[in-house]
Ligand binder design. Structure first.
Ligand code: AMP
Length: 297
């Protein structure tokens, strides 16, 4: 199948018309929602969908509702030409590039919204009030338009994954959520469309973020079991880097946003890091598996 071109697929009606014959034929539809400025992290979601589904649909839409006042909505990179090239190479069948009115109708602001509650208020939600309500609302609308069998999301945005799993569970949405591992640059920085904002010195400084994750992992492997102490290790690694403003380092139980007290044997934790570099806010996380039994001296 050929990718539908950027100009021919904008409205929900056009998208549904395109997908209907495939749905009727019983094809398994995978959906990859993105904000565009596609990089290999996005492509990895698309390739995974390609290998697991009959039809791969991706969207590129910079959703105003998830940006706060003073955030980077206006300057967020928009590059539909290269998005089309990346999506095509990754095996996307249908690329949907809706405009604001295609997603929200002709009366923006006058539509039902989703409030996700506590999972959307901690961590990123504490620094970006309303962000996850905006994410949940747009994803609910995109899912309503696309009605896919499988929704592909990156672990890179761990809290977003928890929030959207919650959305799907709480609203009984008939879609399976599939999480895909984070893709990193060769030096360890997690790929992000916002990395484009970093100048050369910010780019070097940003390595403190995966560095903080490595420091927490090393302390865990060396036997540290107090999550407060592990947080301190991560924050110290961020503090030590010039040009990096730490926001938080947190450890939670996998699949939750509940802060962990102790790294208990055999547990899987997630370490979450957020920091600003040269005014650009970056987030990262990794799963950490605690050794199943304590080593004996
Ligand atoms: P975004 O365009 O930033 O809204 O991201 C769209 C989807 O791609 C989300 O599910 C992200 O979690 C995922 N994603 C973004 N960056 C990466 C990455 N480096 N590795 C894997 N998935 C990613």
């Amino acid at each position: 199948m050929n990718v539908i071109t950027t100009t021919s697929l904008r409205t929900v009606a056009e998208l549904r018309r395109e997908l209907e014959p495939h749905r009727r034929a019983g094809r398994r539809i995978g959906f990859v929602p993105t904000m565009g400025a596609l990089h290999d992290g996005h492509a990895s979601l698309m390739r995974t969908a390609r290998s697991e589904c009959d039809l791969v649909v991706a969207s590129c839409y910079v959703n105003p509702a998830q940006f706060g006042v003073g955030e980077d909505l206006a300057r967020y990179p928009r590059m539909p030409e290269s998005d089309l090239a990346v999506a095509t190479a990754a095996g996307v069948d249908v690329l949907w590039l809706p405009r604001d009115a295609d997603v929200y109708g002709e009366r923006p602001g006058d539509h039902a919204t989703i409030h996700v509650g506590r999972v959307g208020e901690v961590l990123e939600g504490a620094s970006r009030p309303g962000h996850f309500d905006g994410v949940a609302t747009v994803v609910a609308r995109l899912l309503g338009a696309t009605a896919p069998d499988v929704l592909y999301l990156g672990r890179k945005d761990y809290q977003q994954l928890v929030v959207l799993r919650r959305l799907v569970a709480d609203l009984l949405l008939p879609v399976r959520v599939r999480a895909v591992d984070t893709v990193r640059e060769p030096d360890g920085l997690a790929m992000s469309s916002r990395n484009a904002y970093l100048d050369a010195s910010d780019r070097r400084a940003a390595l403190a973020i995966p560095g903080a994750i490595d420091a927490v992992r090393a302390a865990l492997e060396a036997g540290e079991r107090s999550c407060a102490a592990l947080r301190t290790v991560g924050l110290a690694a961020l503090d030590a880097a010039a040009g990096v403003e730490p926001d938080y380092v947190e450890l939670v139980g996998e699949g939750t946003l509940d802060p962990a007290d102790r790294a208990t044997p055999g547990a899987t934790l997630v370490v979450l890091v957020a920091a600003s570099v040269g005014g650009t806010r970056l987030i990262d996380n990794e799963r950490l598996v605690v050794a199943p039994t304590e080593e004996r001296p």
